[in-house]
Every structure is written in structure tokens, then in C-alpha cells.
Design a protein around this ligand. Structure first.
Ligand code: ES4
Ligand code: ZN
Length: 325
């Protein structure tokens, strides 16, 4: 119908995307073979069949194991360029990408190798399609603040290539306040900060993310349980990077028809649509728009609002946002 055509046609952003979560099973097997890594699955079909998650942790276990096939600069280049090509098909013109250096440095892959491969792909996408991007170094919250501090030290020579810092991995039991000093240090370096909060964790974790000084909340769907929080987020137009198919696959919602996305728009929240870990969650950003449109009967105005919110929430200068909204 007309709304589906609108979704396909509109230039979009993607603001919540873990590059390690774009590793498709075919590439995972190819790199495993090249790098001599043994995967505990017979083939691509058996691996895909394992993508049946009960919660965030059951996904993260597989996600970290899969990332183990990434070893040299070219592996990170191929991973990233494959995502960018797929995003370009969805009319993504601007993407802000998380990478998890601790997942790789802990295996002996140097920080500089990870960054070089990702950056070369971003440069190629900019040269080929004019696609703009930002890069967000995300700290693993199941590790200590000290481990995060050591990772920040490793990043210092490359600060020009890093636009901001994030916080991801196992949420419950690892509240934002655990990283107060680390985030203060990131902000003192003049960087923007974001944090996953209110995905599985309670509204109190979203309040704590705000206290860290975030300029966006990743997920934030559980903020809707706290009226005062909703009021604050809406009044400040604090962006929430919502990932509907992720929420479905990780059982944050039982069915997409119960997803709060439409309600978030009605409440005046700056909700955006993103894919999170598209290889694992069964859809890229366009698929997330289409699935929500159908499940929630989003109309053309809803779609246009979500797309506009994406540009408003992005780190593009306002003059560049204005080319699209
Ligand atoms: C993640 Cl969906 C999600 N939540 C938290 N951390 C993550 N890392 C990669 N995907
Ligand atoms: Zn995420």
C-alpha cells in the first residue's frame, strides 16, 4: 500500500546499530574457515535455528561467541561494508554505529585493527553513496568500570575517529551509576555519551542514564512505566532509539502488536526506529518500519514523524538535518 511505498522511499537514519550484530551467518562461517575458528554449529541453517532467544543474556552469549571469528582488519572491513550496503538499500543516508572494542581486545585483537577496518568501510560508503556516519565506542557494562577506563586509555590516540561513547551488554545488575566516573571522563574529553537503559532494566536505570549526561537513551521502552520520567523525556525531546524487532526477539514484548512505539509518539516522545543487531533479530531498519507499520497500523504521519525524529536525534549538524526534514 501507499504507506509501505512511503517507508521504502524516505531517506532515513539508523542510530542504534551494533556492528558486531550485523554479522550474517554466511560471513560468520566463511571467516571461521579462514581464521581456523571452530563454530559449535554444523552449518548456516543450524546456526540460524539457534537464534531463538528467551531474554537479552541468551542472545548476548551467542553474539559474543559469533564475534570470535573477527580477527584481522579485513574481517572488520567486510563486516562493516556488508552492513553499509544493506543499509543503503533501505535508503539509510546517515548511520551512527556502536562497536564493542572490549569484545575484541580481550581476545588479543588490537584496538587499532578493529578501528581501521570499520573506518575504511565508512570512508568507502561515504565516497560511493555520500552516506554519512558517526562511530560510538560502547563499553561493556558486565565488565568493571576499571576495564572501561583501560579501554578509554587505548582509545585516546584515536579520539578524532570516535564521536561518542555508549554503554551496552547485560543491563540488569549493572546500572548506569556503576560507570559515573568513566562517563564523566568521556564528557570531559568533549564527547557525546549515550547509554542503553530501560530495555530489560527498570525506569530507575533511565533516570540514572540521564544523570550520566546522556544525549540519547538507547531503547528506553520501560520508561513508559514512570509518568514523571515520560514527562521529562518528552519535555526535553530526549531521543529514544527504539528497536522493535529486537524487543520482540528478546521477549521485551510478547507480540509486536503490544509494542509501545505508537504510544511513545502519542506521548510526544522523540522515538526513533532502529535495528540493533539485525543479523540476529530478523530484520534491518526497513523491516523494522514495515513490521511496526503493519502490527500497529501506523499511518503516513506516524512514519514521517519517526523518520524526522531520526534526523533530529542524530549527531548531524542542524544544517545537514535540514536537507532531509
Ligand atoms: C545489545 Cl540488544 C542489546 N542490548 C544490550 N547490549 C547489546 N549489545 C548488543 N546488542
Ligand atoms: Zn543495542
Amino acid at each position: 500500500p501507499a504507506v509501505a511505498a512511503l517507508i521504502a522511499r524516505l531517506p532515513k537514519t539508523e542510530l542504534h546499530l551494533h556492528i558486531e550484530g550485523t554479522l550474517e551467518p554466511e560471513l560468520m562461517f566463511e571467516l571461521a574457515g579462514k581464521n581456523g575458528v571452530t563454530l559449535p554449529y554444523a552449518d548456516v541453517a543450524a546456526l540460524r535455528a539457534a537464534y531463538d532467544f528467551s531474554d537479552l543474556q541468551s542472545f548476548l552469549d551467542l553474539y559474543y561467541a559469533g564475534a570470535g571469528v573477527l580477527q584481522d582488519e579485513d574481517d572488520f572491513y567486510r563486516l562493516t561494508f556488508a552492513y553499509l550496503e544493506r543499509a543503503h538499500q533501505d535508503k539509510v543516508v546517515h548511520t551512527e554505529i556502536f562497536f564493542d572494542p572490549q569484545t575484541h581486545t580481550a581476545r588479543g585483537v588490537p584496538f587499532a585493527v578493529v578501528l581501521a577496518g570499520i573506518r575504511r568501510a565508512l570512508a568507502d560508503a561515504h565516497a560511493k553513496w555520500g552516506m554519512s556516519s558517526r562511530l560510538i565506542l560502547s563499553f561493556l557494562r558486565h565488565l568493571s568500570e576499571e576495564d572501561g577506563m583501560a579501554t578509554l586509555e587505548q582509545a585516546l590516540p584515536w579520539l578524532d575517529a570516535i564521536d561518542g561513547f555508549g554503554l551496552d551488554s547485560s543491563e540488569v545488575g549493572h546500572p548506569p551509576e556503576k560507570f559515573a566516573r568513566l562517563f564523566e571522563r568521556c564528557r570531559a574529553l568533549g564527547k557525546l555519551v549515550v547509554a542503553h537503559a530501560g530495555e530489560e532494566g527498570p525506569p530507575g536505570y533511565v533516570w540514572q542514564a540521564l544523570a550520566l549526561g546522556v544525549c540519547r537513551v538507547d531503547h528506553g521502552v520501560r520508561a513508559l512505566e514512570d509518568d514523571a520520567l515520560v514527562e521529562k523525556l518528552a519535555a526535553s525531546r530526549m531521543p529514544l532509539t527504539v528497536c522493535p524487532l529486537s524487543n520482540l526477539k528478546l521477549c521485551v514484548v510478547d507480540t509486536l502488536a503490544h509494542h509501545p512505539l505508537k504510544k511513545m509518539l502519542a506521548l510526544g516522545l522523540c522515538a526513533t526506529v532502529n535495528s540493533d543487531d539485525p543479523s540476529y533479530f530478523g530484520g534491518y531498519v526497513g523491516d523494522n518500519y514495515v513490521a511496526c507499520q503493519q502490527a500497529l497500523s501506523l499511518d503516513a504521519d506516524d512514519i514521517v514523524q519517526l523518520v524526522k525524529n531520526g534526523f533530529e536525534a542524530s549527531w548531524l549538524p542542524e544544517a545537514e538535518q535540514a536537507r532531509y526534514i
